[in-house]
Design a protein around this ligand. Structure first.
Ligand SMILES: [Zn+2]
Length: 226
């Protein structure tokens, strides 16, 4: 009788996390054997995970190598357009369906995130948690799924707009306005506040791209988003 193998780590999730956390940036080459060593996973699940990530357009071919994909200018704009509408909807639904406890958590998050203003990477992670909390507060599982897909592609953005000078503080003020509108049960205002927040974030990102000369070239702060 064959022994029952130990539970296999989820290679797909591990690689995705590594891309999301900036360990592998857009343009980085992913090598099966190195990934297997790094994560302590055998090569077959790594190969399957790489295939899956390639199918999802998170990885792309460069000759015979697999590299982390990058988003060009048009893709970034398309992603923001979808994200803005879906997150606006999430805020609108959250204003209708969020439990008082969920709103209390959102308030606490905004308050606690002020302690992270000196650390753009930590702030970017906190930002993601905040937005995810709003997604959940919509109480619409299909919307949460769609937003998870959008956020997966956002892992391919090479830097956070929260690293821009003064952006962190303004972003938190915008978060506070969103939460206030949700707490007031004002769906229109909540949706608009969230859309405005993302529109400003997109403008900041465009300015940074213009300054750095390339949408795809990462560098500096590596944690994506906002
Ligand atoms: Zn935000």
């Amino acid at each position: 009788m064959a022994q029952i193998p130990p539970p296999q780590k989820d290679a797909y999730a591990l690689i995705l996390q590594a891309i999301d956390g900036g360990i592998y940036r857009p343009g980085s080459r992913l090598v099966e054997s190195e990934l297997a060593d790094r994560f302590g996973v055998s090569r077959t699940p790594i190969r399957e995970a790489l295939q899956r990530l390639e199918t999802q357009s998170l990885l792309t071919r460069d000759g015979r190598s697999l590299i982390v994909a990058s988003l060009d200018h048009a893709q970034t704009a398309e992603l923001y357009a979808v994200r803005t509408e879906l997150e606006g909807l999430a805020a609108r639904l959250a204003a209708r369906h969020a439990a008082e406890e969920e709103i209390a958590v959102l308030y606490e998050m905004v308050e606690a995130d002020h302690a992270l203003l000196h650390d753009p990477e930590a702030l970017a992670r906190a930002n993601r948690r905040f937005h995810h909390q709003i997604h959940l507060a919509s109480h619409n599982r299909y919307l949460v799924q769609q937003l998870d897909l959008v956020y997966r592609s956002m892992a391919l953005m090479a830097r956070t707009s929260l690293a821009a000078v003064g952006r962190g503080e303004k972003a938190l003020a915008e978060h506070a306005s969103i939460v206030q509108a949700i707490a007031d049960r004002d769906g229109d205002r909540a949706a608009q506040a969230l859309k405005d927040h993302l529109s400003i974030a997109f403008v900041v990102r465009l300015k940074e791209e213009a300054a750095s000369g390339s949408a795809a070239r990462g560098g500096g702060v590596t944690v994506p988003r906002d």
